[in-house]
Write a protein that binds this ligand. Structure first.
Ligand code: ADP
Ligand code: MG
Length: 629
């Protein structure tokens, strides 16, 4: 007799469980997905001891009849696909028919389910994969699944579970992400009999984000208007320029209702943000993609975490376009509701009694500045947003420390006018609401770097270096796009030997390079002859520069403007040319700087994503001085 045996079903399920069920959070993920697939409008999740002792998921979805209730715990039993063609275009969250048998094989499992309109429901009990009982039950329509003592029969796996708190935090994150993906479903999460959150069903994605991530964050997000490129529909909410995180916990992307991760999406988001995000940081996004289910393969990973796009380029381009358009479009109009809490409308600007100001600039000069600025009043201009400070951190105290967060209860004098009340959230740019030039008064310069401005809503600080970088950057980019970059012919042409692949790439893009100020031509073999370089390039290693450009060329998306290529090098260059922290500027220069900055496409952060302007509102000051609580 041979040595090879078929595994028993129970053992095979336990083996499969190793892939699908890693920890309590994965159980919750599978169960919630099933409830969503069953069309539930309410899903309640209750757990004990971080989900290790108990996970209960109750839904009001389609339920199952007795046959299905028995069938659903069999291996490879699914109602979601039947044929090979179905597998090629999966419209449901589940399809593998593995989750329930796997979970039931490594826990004490109870299923109670009832179809709406059925006289009775069915209860199925399974212990470590062994059917223990099947009976009628009188539960309400829908499905309840209880998973107790996870991994009780697999000590090796149980050992790998972390503390209750850690397991719970994974589990909670899973529920949050699912809830974000399905705002139309009511969710509740209960831990050790205490409600953790309860989210009413809503049609508005921002409501759901507010319920989960807080009013502060939700209020600051920019809405990505629903748009379709190459068959990929993109919508959702993203953080404004300058809002970054050091990890990707708040960089969420969903595809056809499923939370997904893909290196390509990370790349596309970063590319979409480009200079609006600090290097090395991750944006805050709640981005929803929809494609034809046939255009994507979700059957890559047993836990369905990864997806593969048939046409990744289209998806990438759609994301880049949606994000970058949203950032530029929104930053050109008044950012209302920035930093506001809750569903509140923007609050009127408090008018506190002014203390005597320490004026560093003679009154006469200030007046002339103000006059200059008033010339600009007719130009539509963005208002000052509450740019995130210390954007590398998501620490609440820091965010609260410097962003304007008017209190719902304002001091009496602030109620006198509420001009912003009438503005609709998604109103078109309203020039009237944009700050006028005379809204700012130059107060002086702090520490030879921070320009102090009095704004309508409080103190505004401008980082002169960052601001100048932004101004130079956009000017340089504009020039590049219109007239090309000024070049300097090399006395002795430079020859660079390239790898064949790189050589081909460059040969196809000579025109682009020319626009970047690099004049190059093939010089036999895989050698390139360079006879002119951009004037502003002050590199002692032009060869390295060429290689950098080639790297960028390689990474550039076919959709994004090829000019993007040079942006990084422009950003580095302008950094060198921009005024430095210690450069003293005359008030007229400061005035010009602010003026130039405010007409920039993306005025609120430098090309490296650091803020150029931050605001400390009167409300904030009042709180700091204990004038209000
Ligand atoms: P899959 O979701 O991949 O089909 P599962 O093992 O998760 O596999 O579930 C098996 C089947 O059980 C599903 O196809 C579905 O028909 C049924 N089912 C599971 N959970 C529910 C539920 N909450 N409500 C209704 N039917 C369910
Ligand atoms: Mg499933």
């Amino acid at each position: 007799m041979g040595k090879i045996r078929l595994l028993s079903d129970a053992l095979a399920s336990q083996v499969a469980a190793g892939e699908v069920v890693e920890r309590p959070a994965s159980v919750v993920k599978e169960l919630v997905e099933n409830s969503l697939d069953a069309g539930a409008s309410t899903i309640e999740i209750a757990v004990q001891r971080g989900g290790i002792a108990l996970i209960r998921v109750v839904d009001d979805g389609s339920g199952m009849n007795r046959d299905d209730a028995l069938m659903c715990v069999e291996r490879h039993a699914t109602s979601k696909i039947r044929t090979k063609d179905d597998l090629a275009a999966i419209g449901t969250l589940g399809f593998r028919g593995e989750a329930l048998p796997s979970i039931a094989s490594v826990s004490k499992f109870r299923l109670a389910t009832r179809e709406p309109g059925a006289l009775t429901g069915t209860e199925v009990l399974i212990n470590g994969g062994k059917m223990a009982a099947v009976k009628d039950c009188g539960e309400p329509p829908g499905t309840q699944i209880e998973v107790r003592s996870l991994f009780f029969n697999i000590p090796a796996r149980r050992k790998f579970l972390r503390t209750e708190n850690t397991e719970f935090s994974h589990l909670e994150q899973t529920v949050r992400v699912q809830a974000l993906a399905h705002p139309e479903v009511r969710f509740a999460l209960v831990r050790n009999d205490r409600l953790v959150f309860q989210l009413p069903a809503t049609k508005d994605g921002r409501d759901r984000i507010r319920g989960l991530a807080g009013a502060d964050l939700a209020g600051r997000l920019l809405e990505v208007p629903k748009q379709t490129h190459h068959g990929v529909t993109v919508s959702g909410f993203i953080g404004p320029p300058g809002m970054g995180r050091s990890d990707r916990k708040q960089m969420l992307t969903f595809l056809n209702g499923r939370p997904v991760e893909a290196a390509m999406l990370t790349y596309a988001l970063r590319e979409g943000y480009h200079t609006a995000l600090m290097k090395g940081q991750y944006p805050v996004t709640f981005l929803f993609l929809e494609t034809d289910p046939g255009a994507v393969d979700v059957n890559v990973h047993p836990a369905k975490r990864e997806v593969r796009f048939h046409d990744g380029n289209s998806v990438r381009d759609a994301v880049i376009t949606a994000v970058s358009d949203t950032l530029t479009r929104q930053m050109r109009r008044p950012v209302s509701g920035v930093g506001l809490t809750g569903a509140e409308k923007p609050m009127p600007v408090p008018v506190p009694a002014r203390a005597e100001q320490h004026e560093l600039i003679p009154e006469s000069e200030q007046r002339s500045l103000r006059k200059d600025w008033s010339d600009l009043a007719s130009v539509p201009r963005p208002s000052l947003p509450g740019i995130e400070v210390g954007s590398s951190s998501s620490s609440v105290s820091e965010e609260r420390g410097l962003s304007p967060r008017p209190d719902p209860v304002e001091s009496p004098e602030t109620t006198e006018k509420a001009p912003v009340e009438e503005i609709e959230e998604r109103a078109e740019p309203d020039i009237e609401t944009a700050p006028k030039a005379e809204d700012f008064r130059l107060l002086g310069v702090l520490g030879k770097l921070y320009v102090l401005l009095e704004g309508k809503e409080g103190l505004v600080l401008m980082d002169q270096h960052a601001a100048h970088e932004r101004v130079l950057f956009e000017e340089m980019r504009r020039r590049m796009e219109t007239e090309g970059v000024p070049t300097q012919a090399l006395l002795v042409p430079l020859t660079v030997e390239l790898a064949p692949r790189d050589f081909d790439l460059v040969s196809q893009n000579l025109e682009t390079l020319a626009k970047l100020g690099v004049s190059a031509e093939p010089f036999g073999g895989n050698t390139l002859k360079i006879d002119a370089l951009p004037t502003f390039l002050k590199s002692d290693d032009p060869e390295r520069f060429i290689h950098q450009v080639i790297d960028e060329l390689r990474g550039a998306s076919r959709q994004t403007s090829k000019m993007r290529l040079g942006e990084d090098m422009v950003a580095t260059t302008v950094c060198r040319h921009a005024v430095k922290a210690n450069d003293p500027l005359h008030s007229a220069e400061l005035d010009k700087l602010l003026r130039d900055l405010l007409v920039c496409e993306m005025p609120y952060c430098c090309p490296h994503g650091r803020p150029t302007l931050i605001q400390i509102s009167y409300a904030e000051l009042e709180r700091k001085f204990g004038r209000r609580t």
